[in-house]
Ligand binder design. Structure first.
Ligand code: CA
Ligand code: CA
Length: 210
């Protein structure tokens, strides 16, 4: 015989199965910070520093530093110049602060101009024989002739740079410019480095200057 009746759930009220747990109290807030302590004692005197340089010594010291910096700058310039040559070969060359470079593509005069200005440059326009020689060498590596940023479109027979500057340097082949058939307003560079006026509609190697 059972002493207690069997437990039933969800039937005529809830049956308490386990021990009843008390509610946990919430933690109190931290107290206020205490007052600041008394000021510490003054530290002991540090060791004496090295004797300073006199005016003359200081000047000599600065002169030595400047000389060292100059030597470092020279070495840096040589490294940059070497790196430029390596990076620009075979598509480009530097002459002074100017860089001439081609992507190897060709275009007529208008396309060549637009291609260079899109790259924030200008169609190569030599101002002296060193610059002309650089253009000649780049063209030779690509076995093609380039157009220069020089033309007589505005006034027949008066060749100018793209910015309107008059020609200070030129390297015309003999009997050029001849405006053959009355249609030659642009300038191509032969493998010899000599210039010939030619129709702007021809397609030539695009060499830009920066
Ligand atoms: Ca012409
Ligand atoms: Ca010609």
């Amino acid at each position: 015989m059972l002493l207690f009746p069997p437990l039933k759930e969800n039937c005529q009220g809830t049956v308490n199965k386990g021990k009843k747990r008390g509610l946990r109290g919430t933690q109190g807030l931290p107290g206020k910070a205490g007052p600041s302590g008394p000021k510490g004692e003054k530290g002991s005197v540090g060791e004496r520093g090295p004797t300073g340089l006199s005016g003359g010594q200081e000047l000599n010291h600065l002169k030595i530093q400047v000389r060292e910096l100059q030597a470092q700058l020279k070495a840096l310039q040589a490294t940059v110049s070497k790196a430029q040559k390596v990076l620009l070969f075979p598509n480009g060359m530097t002459v002074g602060e100017k860089i001439f470079k081609t992507e190897g593509s060709e275009g007529d005069f208008e396309t060549s101009k637009a291609t260079c200005s899109q790259a924030d440059g200008l169609l190569a326009s030599p101002r002296n024989s060193a610059e002309n020689s650089a253009i000649q060498q780049i063209a030779a590596r690509h076995k093609k002739m380039p157009f220069l940023g020089i033309n007589d479109i505005q006034t027949e027979g008066t060749f100018k740079h793209l910015n309107g500057e008059a020609l200070g340097y030129s390297n015309w082949a003999s009997n050029e410019p001849n405006n053959s058939e009355g249609i030659e307003d642009c300038v191509e560079v032969h493998s010899s480095g000599k210039w010939n006026d030619r129709s702007c509609a021809e397609k030539r190697l695009i060499i830009c200057e920066y």
